[in-house]
Design a protein around this ligand. Sequence first.
Ligand code: PEP
Ligand code: MG
Length: 881
Amino acid sequence: MTLVYFFDEGRGDWKALLGGKGANLAEMTRLGLPVPPGFTITTEACNAYHAARAMPAGLWDEVRAQLTRLEREAGRGFGHPDDPLLVSVRSGAKFSMPGMMDTILNLGLTDETVIGLASASGDERFAWDAYRRLVQMYGDVVAGVAKHEFEEALEDLKHARGVSSDAELGARDLMALTGTFKNIYRERAGHDFPQDPWTQLQGAVRAVFDSWNNRRAVTYRRLNGIPDDLGTAVNVQAMVFGNLGEDSGTGVGFTRDPNTGEPVPFGEFLMNAQGEDVVAGIRTPEPLDRLARLMPDVHRQLLVMTTLLEKEMRDLQDFEFTVERGRLFMLQTRAGKRSARASVRVAVDLAQERLITPGEAVCRVDPAVLDQLLHPRLDPDHGQPVLARGLPASPGAATGVAVFSSDEAARRGEHEAVILVTPETSPEDIHGLAAARGILTARGGMTSHAAVVARGMGKPAVVGAESLRMERGAARLTVEGVEVREGDLLTIDGTSGCVYAGAVRTLPATVDACLDELLGWTDKFRRGGVRANADTPEDARRAREFGAQGIGLCRTEHMFFGEDRLPHVRTMILTQDADEERGALEHLLEAQRSDFRDILLAMDGLPVTIRLLDPPLHEFLPSLEVLTARVAAAEARGDEGDEAQADRALLARVKAMHEVNPMMGLRGIRLGLTRPAITRMQVRAIAEATAELEREGRTPRPEIMIPLVGTATELALARAQVEAVLDEVRALGGAKLDIPIGTMIEVPRACVEAGEIARHADFFSFGTNDLTQLTFGYSRDDAQGKFIPHYLQAGILKDDPFATLDVDGVGALVRLAVAQARSVKPDLKFGVCGEHGGDPRSVRFFHEVGLDYVSCSPFRVPVARLASAQATIGEVTHSTK
Ligand code: PEP
Ligand code: MG
């Protein structure tokens, strides 16, 4: 087995073996781009190292052989005293994990070679600067010496010299600083900084392998669903320098704007700097356009190369380059992380430019990112003054309380929305970034760590808001005389880069032309239908705008609240007087008829599945606790007034109806069978609204759905009830009332007896919320707040089963029910209306099982359309990973 490949021996599609970075370096080399020579140690070597806790046999021999070739190609010797070869050692996994693992630059510098480098480069300051950086990075990454120890020594030196920036330190200063760094290294590591380049290289490779399992890398993998067993490759590459003077520089860029997706190259660079200076966000870089003025030739070459790269890779590229004394080198390219909006725009544009097919475009967009696009944005007329402006690094608006450290963000973010505010971020902040609703930094550019990570996570971010004054460690900021303290509300708009004090009004999201185009394509590929869960005409209209093909679940209980309804609902529940009950039902019939009319009209021509009343009745009554307290207070006062007496009577009824476990009590079909008057009222309202619309020449398509069925007998009885009312209304005159009657399948027993139940149903709709609750025996109201987080952390559950369908358990029941029902009634229609209907992974499963449609909240309809199309195409290649 080969463990090390020279760049020209690898291939662009060997990402699993060489890591994304290594594979792309191989590809760029193959394309003849000016890539500094180097080689890649494979992920298999990393995995073998972790398995055996020792370097695999033969690894160092292969590295030595490839290093010899590298020396030859670079024309320099590793450790050569006169003109030393320096190398970088970088991690690179199959999926990009920016900044999560370790990198060491300038390897090969020693007390001896630094002199050689100084004379070969003609720049003594540069040589010592490179050496002190190596000791610092190597100390941190390989020997575990705390970074801040070196940083403090640097600060002390600047203070002693009376200067404020590193650039003002001379060669002598940096030489002295290197000495100080080496002392710190010796003291903390317990040995001298290694003076043998080969030892340095071995230590660096081992440290990069180890960094696969550091805390931030593990967290990042968990957040992004990247498996732990992939391992990282290690890239060893000849160094080129962007800090050799004013004809040198370094930069990063994107072939298209990663924020908007616009097809214009976008990037940033710093003259006379090393790559880490750009990415770390320590100095705010300049836009790429300025390079066109400073070095027109280099700029032109860069554009030619990156355009070529995009054509070859067939995707938006994120590249790094260095200019060494006027000569351009390409250091890296990869599929660029992009905002949700950009991922849609780029996919559509690439398809229109014929670089990819529409089917590929559909598969390129991660359905989860649509969720962000369909989130609220700031109302443009909100009229609130801007507190500060920064760069619009990741779109969307977020409001939350300001917190000034990642630890605080992680702590408070558990129970409230927080905005993480910090001078800049580094990979150590990953837990804070993950916990925050939005990110605001005072420094850094569009490619700073905060910007890249926020975009990847799909969180709003404003970076480089330089007017913010913050002291490290102080939990407040000031800007233009205004002070924002920890816990104060802040709003950031990652689309405009504006920051506001307090909360700002937001508007619901809309589908733009590009997304509309993409969603149009999804409909061409999609086999499964997509409906919405909607209970109001507004929701129905919105769902229709988002492309819903009907309503899969209209929860009628939501219509029972509201001031004009609730008193009648309560009378209906509580009264023992037949006339009073009739009166209340009459009121509700009127109200429901108009509810159903409006919703059927909003969905005219499309199916609307109306579910009969489902929840336990006590949900409509005053709470037992409140009532008990009120009655006790009245008794203590000796109050015998009308109200007090009514309260006492009410309390007695509420107590009588109280259930220890209402979710498993008198609800769903049990309610319909024990209180048939409610069912009759609801069915009559549906039938009359339908008849009315039919008379008006409309095409109402209601479907009546009976919830929580557990036995075939239950459904047979309920169906007879419903049919009787439909017959009555039909008998009144002319209406067709061709209304399918179906049931929800949300009780495990119903899955097992699905064949028998199917005999009485025209359709099944899986209620996977209750089905999950009852299959696991986890309360859907409590489990997520109680033990599911622990279960996820401990690996007992892989996913939250209320968010992503548990395929092995709940999914097996769904499969069983479909198979049994089909064997009895081959043309039975199947849908799902639990929350899982809008979850991309669950949608894929439902597709595979052969359900006819999924139904989800209106905002997730586009997500489900895309996920369903991807499931049909059968191949998902998320370009953002
Ligand atoms: C379900 O149980 O999945 C369902 C859709 O019904 P509800 O959430 O209203 O109980
Ligand atoms: Mg349910």
